[in-house]
Design a protein around this ligand. Structure first.
Ligand code: FNR
Length: 380
């Protein structure tokens, strides 16, 4: 008795439906966050603390929402951020997500912690491309958790390259798994039930590299010994566009520039990692203030709490090349499969267009920081 898809009008509508259809373990996995949820909430709240300065009477009868992301055009300035274990959202898992995204021309970042092998996910993307006569600008990037074992890490990077992923996004905020409170409660309860003869069901997984399941990290799957030095062999091995995912300080942006990566994703992992993390918007504002040169040296991406086309454009006005969206896509996939993914994308795309028109711009390169009032977050 899922509500008709047309009743989902905002990206947050999928959440309510997903909560009803998902098994508790999946719901808790997707919706949980570190500690009290402070960082997750500030991601959501901070976007609403900055406003536009709209402009009127400018010709806005033609719109272009395309954006070049690491050299590859996307139909939109947003993409799906990496989410692990999508088999817990829908049996079609990552391949189904990718089908929906590819149909819309949107890029997708595939997690190391995916349920399906990375080649199978790429096959789904390619098949969808063929059905569209290769007209979709969408591509797939790969999010890397670097395994402790160097040979294993290298072989994973080689597989990613051989499969045809366009860029590599190394997650750098997960030296250990954050303390996810809701997962802990559920796990404790399951353990008690198991002691009493009940069964704790695990999510079906077909991927050797999955680093964590049900809130627990697989030993050796993420190298806590990783340093800036390691970027050398990673980029040699990869030999393509490299992005650091999970940057949260100006000092680390400077180091990223020094180390010659092509992009950084400002992110607190959807509030799932360090408790009391800055919201991604606060990090973006700090970089504007203390190291504005960064925006000329690499592409800056942002994710966390972006739920509306207006949020997307706020980030772009402040210098982001594009933004990532996480949970809304997990929920849309859970509730409606690939069609949910398409609808979630249509919703964001329409909101981007509506907002652009009323801001008085016809293409994304016309967006400027002056179009945003940040005085409630910054003392200007
Ligand atoms: C994530 N995230 C994530 N990040 C990553 O680098 N590798 C991963 O495997 C995962 N897995 C994952 C699972 C789920 C269920 C969620 C919700 C998130 C973090 C993700 O890439 C992104 O940073 C946040 O989800 C963005 O915040 P919003 O849009 O969910 O608020």
């Amino acid at each position: 008795n899922t509500p008709h898809l047309s009743l989902c009008v905002t990206t947050t509508d999928f959440e309510k439906v997903a909560k009803d259809v998902l098994p508790e373990k999946s719901w808790v996995y997707a919706s949980s966050s570190a500690a009290t949820g402070l960082s997750m909430r500030s991601n959501l709240d901070d976007w609403s603390l900055i406003n536009f300065r709209p402009r009127i009477l400018r010709r806005v009868d033609r719109m272009d929402t395309r954006r070049s992301i690491l050299g590859h055009t996307s139909q939109f300035p947003f993409f799906v951020s990496a989410m692990g274990t999508l088999g817990s959202s829908h049996p079609g898992a990552e391949p189904l997500l990718v089908r929906g995204a590819t149909r819309k021309g949107m890029h997708t970042m595939i997690s190391t912690a995916s349920t399906k092998p990375l080649e199978e996910i790429m096959d789904a993307h390619r098949e969808e491309q063929r059905l569209l006569n290769n007209q979709s600008p969408a591509n797939l990037s790969f999010q890397l958790y670097v395994p402790e074992d160097r040979a294993r890490a290298k072989s994973l990077i080689q597989r990613v390259k051989a499969a045809g992923y366009q860029s590599l996004w190394v997650t750098v905020d997960t030296s250990t798994l954050g303390k996810r409170t809701a997962d802990r409660y559920l796990q404790a309860q399951e353990n008690l039930n198991a002691d009493q003869g009940g069964s704790a069901r695990d999510i079906h997984n077909e991927n050797d590299f999955a680093p964590a399941f049900g809130g627990r990290q697989v030993p050796g799957s993420v190298d806590a010994g990783l340093t800036w030095e390691d970027l050398k062999w990673i980029s040699q091995e990869w030999n393509g566009p490299l992005v650091l995912k999970g940057i949260q300080s100006v000092e680390d942006v400077k180091l990223a520039v020094q180390h010659g990566v092509q992009g950084i994703l400002l992110s607190n992992h959807g509030g799932r990692q360090i408790h009391s993390a800055p919201s991604s918007l606060m990090t973006l504002l700090e970089i504007r203030k203390y190291y504005p040169e960064a925006f000329d040296k690499l592409q800056v991406f942002v994710d966390g709490g972006l739920r509306d086309g207006a949020d997307v454009l706020k980030a772009l006005c402040l210098g982001a090349t594009a933004v990532g969206v996480g949970r809304p896509y997990y929920y849309a996939l859970a509730a409606y499969g690939a069609e949910g993914v398409e609808r979630c994308t249509d919703i964001l795309a329409e909101e981007v267009e509506i907002t652009m028109k009323m801001l008085g711009v016809t293409s994304l390169d016309q967006l400027r920081p002056e179009m945003i009032n940040t005085s409630r977050l910054e003392n200007e």
